[in-house]
Design a protein around this ligand. Structure first.
Ligand code: GN1
Ligand code: MG
Length: 386
């Protein structure tokens, strides 16, 4: 995996490169980047390719920053390979992204004069043939999107002001898509955030010989499984509310963790939400729970000390204030009634997802060391407990 960034540090491509500057990694880097370079040249950008390098710290897709130059200009953009193991129908992601960005870009432009800041949102860069993506010889989907100008993302919440901006950006996103009917979007990731489905995945992994072996391998794993067992019932709460009709499907982001919120370098204010792969019909609770489990945990998803993992209520108050500044009219009474549920459920769910993947042999999330998914699960369980 390229994506061995340090949690909580600023995500800068130059840092990645230093972190990878061992001879073995350089060879790997060369091979993969070469493939990305071949792909990058197929998109409709001016100039000559100068470099392509691994970028960001995502757990799923392969991400690169490409730089093209002419004598008088430079264009930087993001090139990504969508992983088939995770997204069975990657073209649905791109169809959704087209619908979403057309809707939002028009809205941002129309509201620009009244807005308190310049909002950004990635734009699809088409191929020279006018397509939204390319498929390589292995059948993998690659796409190119614009890079957000002068902004940073952080894997960990930096301070209360940062938490506030995370809330503002999510609230602004929800308001922007509040009139985009979810029926216009497909399911790029069927079963995403449907917690009982992740329980079933864990059960399936536990039912295999390899899964059993992994449980037996450590006391920590046994404890983690027991932790989930004791909370099985609660895993149904949002799904049942949806089935009862208390909650309704809307257009959601799906992955609004703190690392997907870009902060303007110059002003320190939120400017953009990125990673639009999981935009699909869902519950706003998935998003609120995901943003809060991420931004209210100052120790981060890869916390070095489990003891340092807490759900910080002051940060929650702050992020929620930011959220409400845009989404005040957006949440119904029933939505409010289920806030506590989602704040507890989404870290529990992510913990189950990490644990299930650990038991299944790390097939979904990229790992940087053996036992990484188990470790990630323990952090999320600690958070849910807190
Ligand atoms: C994955 O790839 P990345 O880092 O954007 C995952 C999210 C998790 C997140 C935890 C498609 O996101 O659901 O919350 O890891 N994305 C997918 O860091 O499963
Ligand atoms: Mg994501």
């Amino acid at each position: 995996s390229f994506e061995n960034g340090d949690a909580g540090r600023e995500i800068k491509p130059s840092r990645r490169r230093n972190a990878l500057a061992t001879p073995r990694n350089q060879t790997k880097l060369g091979l993969f980047s070469m493939r990305a370079a071949l792909i990058a040249r197929q998109f409709d950008v001016q100039g000559r390719l100068v470099t392509v390098e691994p970028y960001g710290s995502g757990n799923v897709n392969d991400t690169y920053l490409a730089i093209f130059r002419t004598t008088f200009s430079e264009q930087r953009f993001i090139v990504q390979r969508i992983r088939k193991a995770v997204f069975p129908q990657p073209e649905v992601i791109m169809q959704n992204m087209r619908v979403l960005t057309d809707h939002c870009h028009a809205k941002l432009e129309a509201e620009a004069d009244r807005s308190d800041r310049i909002w950004q949102l990635p734009k699809i860069i088409q191929t020279k043939a006018g397509e939204d993506w390319v498929t390589d010889a292995q059948g993998d989907l690659w796409r190119a999107i614009s890079q957000i100008a002068s902004a940073n993302a952080f894997d960990r919440v930096q301070n209360p002001e940062h938490a506030y901006e995370v809330g503002v950006v999510l609230g602004h996103f929800h308001r922007m898509v509040s009139d985009l009917p979810p029926e216009r979007l497909g399911y790029a990731l069927p079963g995403f955030h449907v917690t009982p489905g992740y329980l079933a995945k864990m059960d399936a992994a536990l039912a295999t010989a390899e899964g059993q072996e992994r449980v037996e391998a450590s006391l920590e794993t046994k404890r983690a499984v027991r932790f989930v067992e004791a909370r099985r019932e609660r895993c149904q709460v949002l799904q049942q509310a949806l089935e009862r009709g208390d909650l309704t499907l809307r257009t959601t982001h799906g992955d609004p963790k703190v690392g997907n919120i870009m902060v303007d370098e110059a002003t320190g204010r939120g400017t953009c939400i990125v990673d639009l792969d999981t935009v699909q019909p869902g519950l706003v609770h998935y998003d609120i729970g995901d943003a809060t489990r991420s931004a209210c945990n100052p120790a981060g998803e890869d916390a070095a000390e489990l003891a340092s993992v807490i759900f910080d209520l002051d940060l929650f108050t702050t992020i929620y204030r930011g959220y409400q500044s845009h989404a005040r009219d957006f949440l119904s009474q029933a939505d409010h009634r289920h806030l506590f549920d989602c704040i507890h459920l989404i870290p529990l769910e992510l913990g189950i997802r990490f644990l299930a993947d650990h038991l299944a042999g790390d097939v979904y999330f990229k790992v940087r060391y053996p036992g990484h998914n188990l470790r990630r699960a323990l952090v999320q369980f600690k958070l849910a407990e807190s």
